[in-house]
Design a binder for this molecule. Sequence first.
Ligand code: SF4
Length: 180
Amino acid sequence: MLGWLVDRDIKPHIPVLDKSGRTEGTWSRADFEWDPENSQYICPEGEPLKQFRRNYSDPNRKPTGKGVARYQALKHTCQACPSKALCCPKADARKITREEHEDARQVARDIAKTRQYKVSMRLRKKVEMQFAHLKRILGLGRLRLRGPNGPNDEFLLAATAQNLRKLAKIFPAPQQTCKA
Ligand code: SF4
């Protein structure tokens, strides 16, 4: 979805599910530099992590660029590396995965640091609260009307009731004074 939006020049104000961070203090994927020209990561020690190291003569065996790709450093390089304890203390060599639409995911991550993103998240919560209210308070957890127009009519009526309720709160009915 993120790839589809970014391809069409639509700014995705969408939180990215990201499990690349590490909690035990070792280097996470953000510490590695992506080299798009050679389709590889460069580790903080300057070594490449590649998806494939062979030159396949058969084009069908080459990387497709689909799905999740796994990049790996050479085992003997990592074994001799002075930073191994900070990078991959429990593995023979460091591996990093990269999603098919990682560039689009990075666009979304960059947007998530902006002030506009905070505003859109606040507005989004406001809208979602209305749906939660419809479901929980106004009992619209299940639609009762059927047919091609049933759900449309039901939502329209429920939204009208919701708006009237809000208006009543903003403009309360004038209190009637008792005449002695
Ligand atoms: S352990 Fe391997 S991948 Fe990690 S910094 Fe050292 S050489 Fe690079």
